[in-house]
Design a protein around this ligand. Sequence first.
Ligand SMILES: Cc1cc2nc3c(=O)[nH]c(=O)nc-3n(C[C@H](O)[C@H](O)[C@H](O)COP(=O)(O)OP(=O)(O)OC[C@H]3O[C@@H](n4cnc5c(N)ncnc54)[C@H](O)[C@@H]3O)c2cc1C
Length: 443
Amino acid sequence: MSNSFINLTYDDILTADTNYYRETSENSEQTSLIGNKTFEVAIVGGGLSGLATAKFLADLGQKDIAIIEQHHVGWGASGRNGGEVIPGTMVAVKRIARTYGLNRAKELYDLSALGVDLVISTAQALGIECDIKQGYLSVIEPHGFSQDYLKKEIETLEKIGNPATIKNADDVQAMLGSYEGRYEGGIYYEKGYHFHPLKYLYGLKKHLVKNGVSIFEKTPCIHFEEKKDNITVKTPQGTITAKKIIFCGDSYLGTLVPFLRRKYVLIRNAIIATEPIAEEIKLLPSDVCVSELTGKLLFYRKTVDNRLLLGGGDNIGHHDDLMRNKEQTKDLCQKAINTLFPQIKDAEITHVWGGYIGVTPNYLPYVGSQNGRIYYMGGYSGHGVNLTHIMGKLVAHAVHEGHAGTNSAFDQIKHFPLPGTGRLDAYLARIGMALETIRERIG
Ligand SMILES: Cc1cc2nc3c(=O)[nH]c(=O)nc-3n(C[C@H](O)[C@H](O)[C@H](O)COP(=O)(O)OP(=O)(O)OC[C@H]3O[C@@H](n4cnc5c(N)ncnc54)[C@H](O)[C@@H]3O)c2cc1C
């Protein structure tokens, strides 16, 4: 197999490198690859997937690991996201249970919950200060089907041994300090958290470098070639020869590996941060992170310096400028703030940024390998913080122990290739969202 890298455009907020996280954290010294080097394992992508996989591989005793990152650690979705470390996947468990059966739903949910534990326990064990706070509330806007939807979701969570707490409209309003009547209820997860993803990644990078992992930043993989006994990775100023390669580029990998680009559509997502809000103003008094289960699919939380961080997606992939153009995105987020938290409508929006999310047709992640030498994972569909860690752990075991699959429920999920390697993203996303709305109403 031999392929070349086609890059994304770098002219909008989805790729621009300024955001709240970058401003409030500091990367350590960066090294680029110069010359030709040999490693046992090469990882392409310096986000949560790449660094978590390297960590779990190193924990297993694997030596000679290299990470190649085209910009800097955390440049992709991992250093741009909402910072919500929450269990589950993009799909409600009741829907997974209906499609794949209760046992599979339990396996997948348990894996995702383990992913959450892995993030939090890694930060704690390595002493990474990354502003961790506990509590996650998944809320639902008033619809004809809201109460039934919540009830069925809670019942399924109980059946799979992961009970969560149901909240009515008053509870939700008290927890959030939001506009009255905005939400009909929600589900509270004690084992959900939020954090500063880039502080976490920079801390993890320091740990890896200290433990002998080579991290090459400003080093794009522009081409790779599979040979009889190894794989050669070409970069602008040198090459890496490795026995195994793991692709962790997710939605920023472009068409470097064409069959991976057929597994997902790119959805744009944008975030804003406000100036710090005065303590006396009642905003998110419970300090949980929040995401909307239905409706506008907004997510939001407070940062440690008391800013509101709020984001959402261009979920149907139309409007070419939407979520690319800073001023337009700012206006959209301002409108959301005005209706959600009118008490802070005059707060200045100080940061606007965004990123791409790779969404698979079934909203579940993909993982696998070719020949037990080329491994890949991604398609987290907006729930990547937990999934990068559980996938990273499973792939680390597969690579180290020399098997092709992860021997987990993730291997059983079928992913059918999409047409058009990205050219039809907007249309496919629109069709997908329409189908999703129908499925949601069915239950
Ligand atoms: C705005 C936004 C908000 C989100 N909010 C949340 C949230 O609150 N909770 C949650 O669970 N998930 C969230 N997500 C999703 C989550 O951030 C991602 O699923 C996760 O970060 C993916 O991690 P990754 O390491 O696989 O990919 P990325 O973080 O995208 O990293 C991939 C890296 O690979 C590099 N790369 C690509 N190609 C090459 C190449 N050829 N050579 C070298 N390097 C290359 C890129 O530069 C990039 O740094 C959000 C995503 C976005 C965009």
